[in-house]
Design a protein around this ligand. Structure first.
Ligand code: NAP
Ligand code: G4F
Length: 324
């Protein structure tokens, strides 16, 4: 039988790289959409680059999306591309909306035009719950986004539901809570901490400047979460799912554990810096992944402490290599 083909937008990002690995393991032909930039940023996929088909396109340009779908005729499309950094969404709200909200419609519409039978995954986010109205948050919890990013994701979620209901398409919105890894971008708090810890331990820095230490997140491992994306598209009926660990920890706890892993006390190094505070904060996120456990048979495999340890170890290794 011919292998299944999947198109991943955002393949150069954290989740795109793990999903590409996962689908290659499953025997898929993987097509990755990359946008043009003046320097190549294939760092996260260079180890599998020879197994991928990389094509040029952009969520801001619907024609490019139609061309890619016509030429490669994927069976499944995973829309992971987005302006994904919440903090940037305040100074760049329109760009965030163009990419993270309208970009979803461009891709959905391209799928509808080329082949409405293609299965579609939308990377929705726990940021949509924002100022939470229920604890823990589940598929039926109302949204209350707190950033232009969160607002854009709410649009992306509902347009995905709408294309399912309007056109009978197999479209799924995965509401994923924070998931991290050694491939996380350096500006996100977990990676900022693990990288900062490594630099301090190795004598390169003397402090780590952070914002709100009391914010709480439900943090899982990205490698576990991409399996859930795939499982969602294997279901006969498209539905939306919350993917989370069901545990919540503060930024302070993350610091405490990460610094203690290398024998340091975070209180000696962490400095509160107003520049990293947000105009409106999401104070608490904790997901209820029961539906995913029951219907998809999915559950997270990596604990919070394993995640912190994995990230600190990887950054110690990375910083040591950079020092050579
Ligand atoms: P990420 O590392 O920031 O990756 C984002 C990807 O989107 C990159 O490959 C980026 O390309 C691409 N991209 C950005 N704008 C684009 C455009 N206009 N056209 C085409 N590609 C574009 O994000 P991630 O952590 O892997 O997250 C993946 C998705 O899940 C995102 O949609 C994010 O919002 C969502 N999400 C993430 C989490 C989480 O905790 N990680 C939780 C819930 C939802 P470049 O490499 O060229 O910049
Ligand atoms: O790591 P963060 O920047 O992630 P955030 O805002 O939760 O967003 C991530 O998860 C979402 C899922 O809920 C995704 F949709 C989104 O794409 C992204 O992947 O911030 C986490 C928390 C915030 O409350 C922030 O205020 O950490 C707090 N924080 C404290 N000091 C900091 C810092 N965040 C960053 N980035 N940098 C700091 O210095």
């Amino acid at each position: 039988m011919a292998p299944k083909r999947a198109l991943i937008t955002g393949i150069t990002g954290q989740d795109g790289s793990y999903l590409a690995e996962f689908l290659l393991e499953k025997g898929y032909e993987v097509i990755g959409m990359v946008r043009r930039s003046s320097t190549v940023n294939f760092e996260r996929i260079k180890h599998i680059q020879d197994k991928l088909t990389l094509v040029s396109g952009d969520l801001l340009d619907e024609v490019s999306l139609i061309h890619i779908l016509r030429e490669h005729r994927p069976h499944e499309v995973y829309n992971l591309a987005a302006q994904s950094f919440v903090q940037t969404s305040w100074p760049q709200p329109v760009f965030t909306g163009e990419t993270t909200a309208l970009g979803v419609t461009r891709l959905l519409d391209a799928v509808r035009i080329v082949d409405p039978g293609i299965r579609f995954y939308q990377a929705s986010s726990s940021e949509m719950f924002g100022k939470v109205v229920e604890v823990p948050q589940k598929e039926t919890t109302p949204f209350y986004p707190r950033s232009p990013y969160g607002v854009a994701k709410v649009y992306g979620h509902w347009i995905t539901v709408n294309y399912r209901e309007s056109y009978g398409m197999h479209t799924t919105s995965g509401i994923l809570f924070n998931h991290e890894s050694p491939r996380r971008g350096l500006e996100f708090v977990t990676r900022k901490i693990s990288h900062g810890v490594a630099r301090i331990k190795l004598g390169l820095d003397e402090e780590l400047r952070l914002g709100n230490l009391e914010a709480r997140r439900d943090w899982g491992f990205a490698g576990d979460y991409v399996e859930a994306m795939w499982l969602m598209l294997q279901q006969d009926q498209p539905e939306d799912y919350v993917i989370a660990t069901g545990e919540t920890h503060s930024v302070r706890e993350f610091c405490e554990l990460a610094f203690s892993y290398v024998g340091l006390d975070y209180r000696d190094y962490v400095v509160i810096d107003q520049r990293f505070m947000r105009p409106a904060e999401v104070d608490l996120l904790i997901g209820d992944p029961s539906k995913a456990r029951q219907k998809l048979g999915w559950q997270p495999r990596t604990s919070f402490s394993e995640l912190v340890q994995m990230m600190v170890e990887a950054d110690l290794q990375l910083v040591k290599e950079q020092m050579r």
